[in-house]
Ligand binder design. Structure first.
Ligand SMILES: C[S@@+](CC[C@H](N)C(=O)[O-])C[C@H]1O[C@@H](n2cnc3c(N)ncnc32)[C@H](O)[C@@H]1O
Length: 233
């Protein structure tokens, strides 16, 4: 069993996801108490993919985050660097063009996507700033970015309870439902160590995106950041 550490060595992160691939989606739904479906709907609305558009879903895992764009009539490319997740994704959604690729060095030409999105993946990329710059490179001028990621609950008393819940309750629950409970210890630790909403907005802006804004979901347990590629880039 592999557990990635907070220095996020790419090989450890990829192997950790290889290990959890089969039960990944079920575990997510259980641990988020069903909220994941609501978060995905919000991302679908924010990306607003139109028929014929090209959408990159980076860190797509098993493709659950990619399907809404396919259903909207867009051409979605799910990209991930975990072979285990890609294999499980292809088994479930053979119609999607799963592509192996590292978010820090994307295997796509400049400006080929109308929209780029990443759900619960940016936190895992070894250098998120490099990942955001790569996403900018492959997006067309004027194209959009939607990042969905765990964040910091905005109401302080709840934030404290949440951190207690995460750190204490999550690993024992994960032991029951996941094939790799260690991966959920990493999950809890990496959420605590991640940027708050303004911090992530600054990171997105520093990577070259403009008109950066965010929306809190479930009281800030998750935040969705949206931005656009400048027309002159
Ligand atoms: C928590 S899963 C999210 C999967 C999916 N987006 C979803 O919402 O269910 C995170 C994914 O990020 C992928 N990942 C992490 N770092 C990556 C990188 N540098 N390049 C590509 N994929 C990466 C992992 O392999 C894993 O499948």
């Amino acid at each position: 069993m592999t557990r990635a550490s907070l220095d996020k060595k790419p090989r450890d992160v990829a192997q950790m996801f290889d290990d959890v691939a089969e039960k990944y989606d079920l575990t997510n739904t259980v641990l988020s108490l069903g909220q994941d479906r609501f978060w995905r709907k919000a991302v679908t609305r924010a990306v607003d993919a139109r028929p014929g558009e090209r959408v990159l879903d980076l860190a797509a895992g098993t493709g659950t985050s990619s399907m809404p764009f396919h259903e909207a009539g867009a051409t979605v490319v799910p990209c991930d660097f975990s072979v285990g997740m890609l294999r499980e994704g292809k088994r479930r959604h053979p119609e999607l063009p799963f592509t192996a690729g590292d978010g820090m060095r994307l295997p796509f030409a400049d400006g080929v996507f109308d929209a780029v999105t990443i759900s619960f993946g940016l936190r895992n990329i070894a250098d998120p700033g490099v990942g955001l710059a790569e996403m900018l490179r492959v997006t067309r001028p004027g194209g959009r970015l939607v990042v969905c990621e765990f964040s910091h609950p905005t109401w302080k008393p709840f934030r404290t309870v949440y951190i207690e819940y995460l750190m204490k309750a999550l690993p024992p629950v994960a032991t029951k439902v996941s094939s790799n409970p260690e991966a959920y210890v990493y999950l809890a630790e990496s959420i605590r160590a991640w940027h708050d909403q303004p911090g992530l907005a600054a990171l997105v802006r520093d990577a070259g995106w403009e008109r950066v804004a965010w929306r809190d979901l479930s009281g800030g347990i998750v935040a969705m950041h949206r931005a656009f590629k400048p027309l002159d880039r």
